[in-house]
Design a protein around this ligand. Sequence first.
Ligand code: FMN
Length: 180
Amino acid sequence: MQRLIFQQIKNELVNGSIKRGHPFKYFTLGSIKAGNPVLRTVVLRQMLQNMNIVFYTDKRSNKVNQILENNSVSALFYHPRKLLQLQLEGTARIISDPEVLSRIWNSIPASSQKDYSTSSAPGTSIKSPEEIEYLTTDNYFCMVEIVPHTIEYLRLKRPNHIRVKFVRENEDWRGQFLVP
Ligand SMILES: Cc1cc2nc3c(=O)[nH]c(=O)nc-3n(C[C@H](O)[C@H](O)[C@H](O)COP(=O)(O)O)c2cc1C
């Protein structure tokens, strides 16, 4: 049964990364700022074979600075119709391979490229949204890969809720049922 559950986790995350409207398209990313938790929503861009997940961001953003300071992160996914929650815990790394970055950058529509091309860093104070300026020749696009070491699955369901903790062991994952 744990194998099936793990397969379900994989399928939902793959669908989240490719299907418009899937609730796993967005997830809550937790990072640590001077010992305090910080949460925000990001878009799930890729789900890799080894369960690592990728999101895009601006390399000047607070989250990147927090990850460089402390690479421990968590990712929270919630599927309201299935009452399914996934909690990933692991480490994050900034993808810096210029070939990968330029290949992905070139696949992003120009309207979305703007998100990574503001002349001032994200979080800079401005007087109004009209004041945002965009660079035309430079960008701060960056990709972050989350390497989970633990994935916790919780499915609320009558008569028994199902909670399983999966821990990565080398290339494999070991599952353990838990009291929900
Ligand atoms: C629906 C939605 C999707 C978002 N997707 C991303 C994303 O993929 N990458 C990103 O850097 N910020 C994304 N954001 C903005 C972040 O939630 C956050 O406000 C911003 O990145 C600044 O975060 P930071 O100061 O912690 O770095 C998204 C926000 C919303 C509401």
